[in-house]
Ligand binder design. Structure first.
Ligand code: AP5
Ligand code: MG
Length: 215
């Protein structure tokens, strides 16, 4: 099963994608996580990506597409994957579709996690991320067992550089202009499904599982 998670920044794409990956035994592929790992390791790609990410802008398609296509060509993706944060522009979606079509393959479902803008800024300021293992928490909704420490790997949790309120507003504007058109794109292909992302994360997950099981 090849799944795309759509939704505004902070809608819960990453939270749900990790739960899907664990339940169905497929890799969770997040371009944002790949960029953050590169920033942490000081690679050239990380330095380039950081220039855009810190302003809430998209990393250019040329850089992003190559990384994603390399990642999904790896052996662990052979039985499917859940994409989180890719595609984010129509050209990215077209490149992905073309690459899959060349293999006689296609995306099975695109799930839009719907959360209104007014909920987003509040969520983001409470998010804490582990840059070591990619786990995310929320100071109120999903707190770690020990404040400031990752449950999985024991590393310190941080507020992501791009989660400051002014950057979040930029990310939302970029989302509406460049990423939201993908909803029409996947609707036209007949594979778009929407879930309410404002409810408890377990309820969101139950709605997603229902969609996946009834496909
Ligand atoms: P990326 O890392 O993809 O960030 P994003 O899309 O802005 O999304 P987030 O990770 O912020 O939110 P999320 O939807 O995953 O929410 P989460 O589950 O964490 O991208 C970062 C940057 O990288 C981009 O701005 C861009 O520069 C670049 N980039 C990445 N991919 C790119 C691409 N394809 N092309 C170009 N550039 C690219 O949840 C948010 C918070 O809410 C958490 O604290 C969570 O615990 C909490 N939460 C989750 N669900 C619930 C719930 N149901 N109720 C209450 N709280 C909840
Ligand atoms: Mg995420």
């Amino acid at each position: 099963m090849k799944i795309i998670m759509l939704g505004a920044p902070g809608a819960g794409k990453g939270t749900q994608a990790k739960m899907i990956a664990a339940k169905y035994g497929i890799p969770h592929v997040s371009t944002g996580d790949i960029f953050r790992a590169n920033i942490k390791n000081g690679t050239e790609l990380g330095k380039e990506a950081k220039k855009y990410m810190d302003q809430g802008l998209l990393v250019p398609d040329e850089l992003t597409v190559k990384i994603l296509l390399d990642r999904v060509a790896q052996a662990d993706c052979a039985n499917g994957y859940v994409l989180d944060g890719f595609p984010r522009t129509i050209p990215q979606a077209e490149v992905l579709d073309k690459a899959l079509a060349e293999l006689g393959d296609a995306i099975d479902i695109a799930i839009d996690v719907d959360v209104p803008d007014e909920n987003i800024v509040k969520r983001m300021s409470g998010r804490r991320a582990c840059l070591n293992c990619g786990a995310t928490y929320h100071v109120e909704h999903i707190p770690p067992r020990k404040e400031g420490i990752c449950d999985n790997c024991g590393q310190a949790l941080v507020l992501r550089d791009d989660d400051k309120p002014e950057t979040v507003l930029n990310r939302l504007a970029v989302y509406h202009s460049q990423t939201q058109p993908l909803i029409d794109y996947y609707t036209a292909k007949g594979i778009l499904k929407t879930v309410d992302g404002t409810v408890d994360m377990e309820e969101v997950f139950a709605a997603i599982v229902e969609l996946l099981e009834n496909k």
